[in-house]
Every structure is written in structure tokens, then in C-alpha cells.
Design a protein around this ligand. Sequence first.
Ligand code: AVJ
Length: 370
Amino acid sequence: MDDALVLTRATAARTTVPRMGAGAVFGRAGMYPMRPMLEHAIWPRSVAPSFERDVLTGLSQVQKTIPSTWLYDHRGSELFEQITGLESYYPTRNEVQVLRASAREIAQAAGPRAIVIELGSGSSRKTRLLLDAFDTPQAYLPVDISEQFLHESVAELPSLYAGLRVIPIVADFTRIESLPELTFLHAAGADRGRRVVFFPGSTIGNFTPEAAVALLRRIRRWAGPDALLIVGADSTQDPAVLIPAYDDHEGITAEFNLNLLSRINRELMADFNLDAFRHEARFDAQRRRVEMHLVSRCAQRVNVLRHRFDFHAGESIHTENSYKHSLQRFQQLAARAGWVHAQRWIDGQARFAVHVLEPIGARDKPWMPA
Ligand code: AVJ
């Protein structure tokens, strides 16, 4: 049963996109572009070197901090998958409900032959709700930082969607300035479907408002004037709901957070004692964000590579922010980045919104390739 409801439809979704020569399927469904030359264009997007830098600089700050991107090694991605199935972790459940209820209308806005780009694709499970509803989508470009997890997750997609090109991109999506894969698709004869950027899961909440605006601006630049941007954003403000969601009884979120220390131990020759730290979730009502911390249970010294870091009892490493933007705040944030609402949906509990955005002014301009 679906009790998702439409809160607003700011403007009617555009349903037709001028295009040239439709229906030119240029290859069988396949995971990779056909020519090996293209693989080279995809694989050099390494992000490995900055883990060391981020950890060393982050642990040197007064408030020790490590960017949340690094939570997602293979084990971290698996643990996050487990979190999404927890009773107390409502965001995934509520977002899926909204996507189920809105997929048809989103598909109409996307039009036929869409090129779907997903940022932080993880298990790619929500994407299927869209791909199922879309009219013959022609390509799916999942972007994720966890290489092995990405490949495992998309392995079966080509067999499920005939004619769909699946092009996994291993990258930190915050660093994307352009997507050569899109140019390659066109060079390889892709027809002009709409570029649909799918950014679900409230991942946008991991960024400070300023960083979120910068990211949404950059997306607008590389996605082009014809893009459709679908963003899932959690707007829950009730600490009684938020805290159990980020500090579950089963301890999965604690394991997810502490896994970061195992990763540092393994990849950066460190000696964190996992028993000497505990997981903590805090809600900062003023900043409207949930914070995850790893709190030192005692005074201790930790070595990472050749560097030493001292902790006093109770001192923490800040490992994640999860901003909970109200609908209005999100709308303002998107507008600052040059995006305007086409549609907006919210679940029956009014917790989780799916925002469908278009570049400001795009509607008035004749469509042209980016
Ligand atoms: C995947 C970043 C959206 O912030 O809710 C879940 C990550 N952290 N539990 C979130 C997360 C702790 C999640 N995002």
C-alpha cells in the first residue's frame, strides 16, 4: 500500500524533448563500452592517494574529522546496505515508497531513451524503480567510490534491461568536472535522450549547505541545459526518530562507523584499538544535522603511518554529517545552484522528499547539446 502523496507540482513536467534520429541502438546490452580504448578513459579515475592526506590532515585538526566518503570501502558499503534494511533506518524505506509512487511521472519528465547517471550508486537497487518505469532507457552510468562493490552491484543489470548500456564509473563524484563517458556515448552514436542525474539516498545531506550548492552547480555544468536532476533528501527534524536511525539497537551503524578505523589500520599502517572507541550519533538542531562521531573511551595515543595522534578521554573523530533540509530550505539551496523545481514528492510521514529539478531557464531555451 502506498500512502505517498504529492505535496507540490511547481510546474508541469516537460514531456517532450526535441531530438534527432530516435531508436539507434548501437550495441548489445553490455557492461562496458565495446572498444577497449574506452575502458582507458574510465579507469584512471583513481581517488586512492587522498585517503592518506584526508586522514592525516583530518586527525591534525582541533576537532578531529575524516570525510564521510571514506566510510565506503567494500565492507563499509556492505554495512551501509545492512543499515538500509534496519527497522529504525527509515530514510531508505520512505524514499523507496516515494519513488514507487512517483516513478511514472518522473519517467514522463525523463522521456524516452534517457541516459541515467547515478551519483553514489551503492547497490543500485533504487535505480531499478526508475529503469522499470522509463521508456527504453539507453544508458546507465553508475558512479561510486567503491570499485568492487560497484561492479558486483551492476553485474546483472544488462541482462535485465535489453539494450541498456551499463557504464560503471569508479570515482568520487564530488570531484567530477566533466563526464567524458557522455561524450563517448554520443561519439558512439547514442541518440539524444535526456540526461537524468539520479542522486538518491539523501547523500546530498552529507555536504554542508555551501558544499551542496557547489556540488549542485557543478552537476548543472556537466549535465548540460537539458538535464533532469532527481534528488532524494531527508527533512526529518525529530530527534526521537533521528537518533535511533543513526544509532540502531543491533549496532550495525556502530560497526559501519568503527569500520573506518579498521580501514585506516589496514590501509595506512595504523594501530587503532577498536575497543577503545565508541560510536555516537548526535543531532544538532540549530544546524539541522545528525553527526556521527567516534569517541575515545580513554586517553590514548594512536599511530598512523609515521604520525602520532593523541586523544583525551571523550575526544572524538567527527566522521559524518547528515543534514536534514526542510523542503523550503532545499528548494532555496537548489535555486542558489541554478536549479528549479519541476516536481516534488514526499512520503506519507512527511519525512523524505524526492525533488525533481531542471536547470533554471532551460525551459525557455531551445535544446542544444552540452
Ligand atoms: C548514505 C549518506 C545518506 O546519511 O543517512 C547511514 C549514511 N550514516 N547511517 C545517511 C549513513 C549512518 C547515509 N547516507
